[in-house]
Ligand binder design. Structure first.
Ligand SMILES: [Zn+2]
Length: 78
């Protein structure tokens, strides 16, 4: 296989993988529930498509300071 066609194949595989990731993330966003801890998700408006668990972050940033933090975050296309 030529280098150019290897690159095209790899790019197509990467694109297909990202499409699957986005499709899965968009289902999670539609549910609005963190898959790791079951709390609500919220958008981080500083970047388009950025979603975070409402329990992400330090005390004062996460939704419930009495509960442990959760690191779940993901991106959707919009
Ligand atoms: Zn969570």
């Amino acid at each position: 296989m030529s280098k150019a066609s290897e690159t095209r194949k790899r790019n197509a595989e990467n694109k297909a993988r990202m499409e699957r990731v986005y499709a899965e993330n968009e289902q999670i966003a539609a549910r609005g529930i963190c898959p790791d801890c079951g709390r609500k998700l919220r958008r981080n408006l500083s970047l388009t498509g950025w979603w975070q668990c409402s329990q992400l972050g330090a005390v004062g940033f996460r939704a419930d300071a009495s509960q442990p933090s959760c690191n779940f975050q993901m991106f959707t296309r919009a």
